[in-house]
Design a protein around this ligand. Sequence first.
Ligand code: PMP
Length: 471
Amino acid sequence: MSSQPSSQPGPKPNSFAARDAAYHLHGYTNALKTEKEGGFVVVRGDGPFVYDENDKEYLDGLSGLWCAALGFGKEQRIIDAAVRQMENLPYYHTFSQKAPAVTVELAERLVELASLAAPMSKAYFCNSGSEANDTAIKMIWYFNNALGRPEKKKIIARVKGYHGVTVGSGSLTGLPLVHKDFDLPIKNVFHTDCPHYYRFGKAGESEEDFATRMAESLEALIQREGPDTIAAMFAEPVMGAGGVLTPPKTYWEKIQKVLKKHDILLVADEVICGFMRTGNQWGSQTFGMKPDIMTMAKQLSAAQMPIAAVLISQRVYEGLRDHSGKLGSWAHGITYSGHPVAAAVALETQKIYAERKILDHVRAISPVFLAELKSFADHPLVGEVRGVGLIGALELVKDKKTHESFDASLGVGPNLIRIAHDHGVILRPVADSICFCPPLICTEGQIREMFKRFRAALAETQEWLKSQLVA
Ligand code: PMP
């Protein structure tokens, strides 16, 4: 039984697809498949669309990797900001009390924006979400050493949570493939239950009761390990790469109560949810989270330059400040932390968001997006529809009644994504959940076009699946 809906021809000699396979090692990719089929090489972009080397158009329904908020077209203001910065000061660093002026401006802006969710005191810059979460782990360990409680070091994350791939952040990520054969997770990282009500709620259990059970399970983990040994919990407001899992009602209220009781810091990983994705500036606002630390990347610069940040509360800052004062230095720093060109691009991106009223646009377009998603609820293959703001997912199931999933070896989700690709829409499968996260600038027409292409792919998948199940 083949799980391939169509046989892919090999790449044309000397095409980018072939050269890609010959010379480039991809992230999160089956290298054997790349050798056989060639890479998918993108040569230009325009709004939410990208074009391959044959000039075929694709609507990227995942904003690249949940990040290209302004799409893939030319943004003259961002180009000008980058060029201006490169002309004035192409590089300076942030060690030993030094900083490029533009980096200071960006820190100021982010502290101001963060206050919409929770008061933050300082911003520390990184180059990726993974690096930001690794930095946050080190800050937390250092903070607890500063407070004279060196035993309070364990970190809790969640099954199906995603926080990156570096040694620390990869350990926080709660996906088996990110750990397997990479010798992760490191010690002192624990994963509490995944709050996906549709998948893990018990028969007859309300969403609120499920949230209570999640909080009790967290409390049990803390008691098992010892409350005095737990330093922090990392969590995404909406779990993105785990399959766009929106939290059940009352979840965050109950989880935060447990954390507060044991003086455990909350780190909100805003790498996907930050910058309006959920219909507010921060995912933390949407779900009433009051974090002590916030990590962010991706839409911080609309993905036009690599930059990330860790924002810390005054309490955490004072711990770092006083301890580093005693030791002589806070001995953590990255060459490109707060790189001025990346900072200039991020700052201009933030100005564009404000001036073009992107938040108002997201709020206006979100009902169209969510209604389109919900229109699949009665489809025989769709078990759950979930979403908020401009992020959502459809979970495909074998049995709508029992929620039974398809046999993983069928590869229903990945095959649907391949068919959708042929129909000119790029989406992402997480097992059999199909994730949608279009650029924030999408018009109503483009949102409808994305779902139109997807609908055609779903119909074709249904036909293919019939032949598979009969064969
Ligand atoms: N946190 C979250 C919530 C993410 O979605 C990601 C990336 N998808 C990361 C952290 C890691 O970011 P990066 O890939 O930039 O290291």
